[in-house]
Design a protein around this ligand. Sequence first.
Ligand SMILES: Cc1cc2nc3c(=O)[nH]c(=O)nc-3n(C[C@H](O)[C@H](O)[C@H](O)COP(=O)(O)OP(=O)(O)OC[C@H]3O[C@@H](n4cnc5c(N)ncnc54)[C@H](O)[C@@H]3O)c2cc1C
Length: 476
Amino acid sequence: MVAKGEDKILEELVSIVGKENATAAKHIRYAYSYDLSFVKPKLPDYVVMATTVEQIQGIMKFANREKIPVVPYTAGTNIGGLCIPERGGILLDLKRMNKIIRIDDESHYAVIEPGVSHAQLATELYKYNLRWSWPVGPPSASSSSCAISHGIGGLSGRYGLNSEEITSMEVVLPTGELVRVGSCAIQEDSWHSVLPLPQLDGLFKGWLGSSGVVTKIGLRVHPIPPVLKVFTVSTKDIEDMVSYMRNLGNYEICDDLTAVSWWLAQVPIPSPYIPKPDGAPEWFCFGTTFSWTEKEKEAREEIWQMALGEEQKKGTSIKYAEYPEEALKARTQLPSQIVGSTKNYTKMAGGGISWPGTFTPVNKWAPVYNEWKKILVDHNLSPSVRVTNYRGVHYGMLRAMIPFNKKSPEATENARQAIVECLKVDLDAGGIPYKPPVDFAAEINKRAHPGYLSLLRQVKKLLDPNDIMNSGKLGI
Ligand SMILES: Cc1cc2nc3c(=O)[nH]c(=O)nc-3n(C[C@H](O)[C@H](O)[C@H](O)COP(=O)(O)OP(=O)(O)OC[C@H]3O[C@@H](n4cnc5c(N)ncnc54)[C@H](O)[C@@H]3O)c2cc1C
């Protein structure tokens, strides 16, 4: 065992990545000890910036031998404390591995390294009139991390989650072994699909960096039709909005079908809670459509008018509405420089933001939102909630973005309590949180089938026998 006091660990890390790329300096470790969320900061013992696959293999072999925890990190914008080192160890920053290896504009996929940001990939893809499902999040975040973490973006209504867009992966296991899943596993240069092989990519998606280090990833990309049309409506309550979204969702004409509460339609989100002005609608919806021709756009418009008419006949409060201009740009011009700039979300608060982010059946959106609103308002927090259909209507995303004053321990704890309370309500309604902080993992596992937990433990042990990879994050 290497003695830590002598800094033999640092010496070994320096021998793998060079002295410019490994440090135990406190001021650098400090920068990696916290994120925007309510999760308590913890210092890593070392920060390492790897630039090659071989270096990552060297780090993992060493860490596995010495049983040193390793946390993979790209931009740390996950807002769930997922890169906070529960047990110290090595913070493995991958942002310098930022090569776009290939854009295949015929087969429509891109192969990238983990440090490639949304902004970088978007800039390159636009040259080929191609796009990915950009999230309404910081453009500096990693596209690879978004995909492996079941992220969502502006095309999720049409194509589903970003994790469903993965075509192949190269991964360094916690033991240092290099593996591949998808077509690139069979032919080195072939990155087009994870099917029809057994879907081993599942071993590295949704694991919160606890099963291996992704070193290359293939992502499906899509052509950009030139004609954008956004259908915007408002309702006075969530029930009427859900009715409209289920109905319009059935016609499958939108790339993104999202509704936001009045509080989330504001830029920035009000903090602390303020009541919405009398008479203002409580919900706004934007259905984003892209068409190849004006005629196609008109056909989509006709379908939208039909769905709107059907809702009006039901006697709901649905109305055509102007969506606030700044907020609309932020949600359709992606990657977003407006909502994606975190300060616009948090600037009325004080640097903190967290969420209960869930996948929830559409028929539970209204009851869960109404409970969340009570909980959040009781905690003096805005019920800034978003719902989004994923490819079809049977389930979708229900999440709240909660800014809070991170400088105040009381305000941070208040936000944490409110968010965990919201989460429990959603779990009890059949929802599942995504990118869950450790506090959520405990609640998930409490409700989990014992066979699921047993399988999870067995697979984790197989991949990571010494439990060194982002350990503690799965709550098992
Ligand atoms: C204001 C705001 C809005 C947001 N909106 C959205 C949104 O609309 N949709 C959305 O999906 N997300 C959203 N996010 C969350 C976040 O920006 C995305 O999930 C982002 O893509 C994560 O990238 P990152 O580089 O910050 O990942 P990180 O936070 O660095 O890492 C995320 C997780 O992946 C693991 N990880 C990182 N790299 C690797 C690797 N190479 N191999 C294995 N594991 C790894 C980490 O250990 C961690 O568990 C939002 C965030 C903010 C602050």
